[in-house]
Design a protein around this ligand. Sequence first.
Ligand code: MN
Length: 134
Amino acid sequence: MSGLDPASIRKRILIVEDNEDNRRILIYRLKKFGDFEIFEATNGIEALDVVRSAHPDLIFMDLKMPVLDGWETVRRIRAMDGDSKQIPIIAVTAQAMGGDEERALAAGCDDYLAKPIVDSQLIKEKLDRLLPPN
Ligand code: MN
């Protein structure tokens, strides 16, 4: 890694969410807090591909998605070989659905964020806590 300025290495954030509007909102808010390299996936299968190919530093994970839901996707990430299984994951939950947060943590998520994502300061706190340092 010599010769690379650590400050120039952009953090990679994967957003897994089947609703395009929700992806756009989260990306808009994230961009206030850093020059992140953003990856997007619309279901769990796509997410697993991105985890393997791009090795993101942090994942925002919607839970209710077609093809492969967030809970099962998190379980599969946590069962991976190598460093990928330790990527911090923030579940993005529908506020009205009681019990989703507990199930997300039980599946291996580190934290959760309720939709709609309107509180930028809350996102900042979670980034500070969960994004690994350079
Ligand atoms: Mn969804």
